[in-house]
Design a protein around this ligand. Sequence first.
Ligand code: IPE
Ligand code: IPE
Ligand code: MG
Length: 242
Amino acid sequence: MTEGEDKCRGVRHVAIIMDGNGRWAQQRGRPRAFGHSKGVDAVREAVRAAGDAGVKYLTLFGFSTENWRRPSDEVDALFDLMKRFVDADLAKLDREGVNIRIAGRREGLSEDLLSIIERAERTTARNDRCFLTIAFNYGGRDEIVRATRRIAKDVAGGRMNPEDVDEAVFASQLDTAGMPDPDIVIRTSGEHRTSNFLIWQAAYAELVFLDVLWPDFSARHFEQALSEFASRQRRFGGVDAA
Ligand code: IPE
Ligand code: IPE
Ligand code: MG
């Protein structure tokens, strides 16, 4: 076992609801976009912390299907940051063996963002040191509806029987196909809700709520979540072995 594998305490997949950018900026009398911009540094910190801990899968919630309700200048700022982050960090992430995937609804994304996303996925498709998924224009309900539509088309087209639709088939149609379910879902900023994030995949995830606002998130918080996880007893509906 490498040091990294030891440090991750058996955690394969950590998913993070990166929350609190707006409040962080407001506390400093700055526009919300300033908080989002600082939040990108915390993204880099989280990727580094996951790699150092030997956590193979990291999934970050960057923009929800409900975030369209925000003022258009804030939405524009978030899209711009996503583009700039992928553009600026792609080469480095690729060198480090990071496999990048974007989860979420592709419709509604601008042509230039789509092409950057596709380039990132294509460039890093063979990497397998760690898997970074960015949930962008993502909603758990939307993902389930899109998966259901694809399965319904297969059934209507006679390619699948309704009886063959089971949990594995369903999971294979989600944006996270092929990934293990998250062991931990972290939410920063002190809010205690999932806000439509990975609602299928996180059925048995351990939820860790941290009081830190996202721009202040550091490796220390990542490790705090791992040790919190280590103190939990997962039963998956069964009973303790002891
Ligand atoms: C998280 O920070 C980033 C996104 C939701 C895109 P928020 O912008 O939600 O920050 P708060 O919750 O308003 O502080
Ligand atoms: C969830 O945070 C979405 C992301 C982190 C991208 P929100 O700030 O949008 O969630 P609510 O509105 O507080 O539930
Ligand atoms: Mg928020």
